[in-house]
Design a binder for this molecule. Structure first.
Ligand SMILES: CC(C)(COP(=O)(O)OP(=O)(O)OC[C@H]1O[C@@H](n2cnc3c(N)ncnc32)[C@H](O)[C@@H]1OP(=O)(O)O)[C@@H](O)C(=O)NCCC(=O)NCCS
Length: 175
């Protein structure tokens, strides 16, 4: 008798989120610059995450037409000695905002982090970025500390953290 297999289906209304392909690095970099025109990472940083087995770069959209991305890294030491996942960057291109894409990317990132067996996910968000903070709070993040002059602009950031749920740790999600 064939072994029973359980398949979790992505709800039809949830955007497809998938790991980026290495040759999408330039498109990713360009999308990132659109999302963060004032303070962008260099191309090398994206290459670094794509090559880092302890990080994942998730995207939504087709290879020639990326709509959003999220980088998660588990090689950071934000809370030593505990290993935590960190949301490094999340961005959705302006015409595609407020359609649930940021939420879908974040959920996929949290599921991936949970599946790595990590208990918590952390991130930093500019104190003036109320929209993003709202998205993070809705996903269960809470403010932990205020980081003075965290950004090059001199702006403070909220350090936020969230416990990955037992279900995420056990099952992860469809990515
Ligand atoms: C923040 C960002 C990723 C959100 O992406 P998005 O696809 O628009 O987010 P969603 O449509 O999934 O929004 C989910 C929820 O987050 C909150 N939210 C998102 N953007 C918001 C905004 N501009 N103002 C208020 N609330 C907002 C809302 O609660 C929203 O739910 P609702 O639309 O049902 O009200 C996007 O605005 C972006 O790329 N901004 C520039 C880069 C950035 O600031 N990244 C985060 C840095 S830490």
């Amino acid at each position: 008798m064939a072994a029973e297999r359980t398949v979790t289906l992505r709800p039809a209304d949830r955007p497809l989120v998938r790991p980026a392909l290495w040759w999408e690095v330039w498109a990713l970099y360009r999308l990132h610059r659109v999302c963060f025109p004032q303070q962008s990472y260099g191309l090398g940083r994206f290459l670094g995450y794509l090559c880092n087995p302890r990080a994942v770069l998730l995207v939504s959209g087709t290879p020639g037409d990326l709509r959003g991305y999220c980088i998660v890294d588990t090689s950071v030491t934000l809370a030593p000695p505990e290993a935590v996942a960190e949301i490094i960057s999340l961005g959705v291109r302006p015409p595609d905002r407020r359609q649930g894409l940021g939420r879908a990317l974040l959920q996929a990132a949290l599921a991936w982090a949970g599946r790595q067996g990590l208990a918590e996910t952390w991130l930093q968000v500019a104190v003036s970025n109320h929209g993003a903070e709202q998205l993070y709070q809705e996903a269960g993040f809470e403010r932990r500390d205020r980081l003075a002059a965290y950004y090059l602009s001199g702006e403070d950031a909220w350090l936020m953290r969230r416990c990955n749920t037992a279900a995420e740790r056990e099952f992860g999600d469809v990515v």
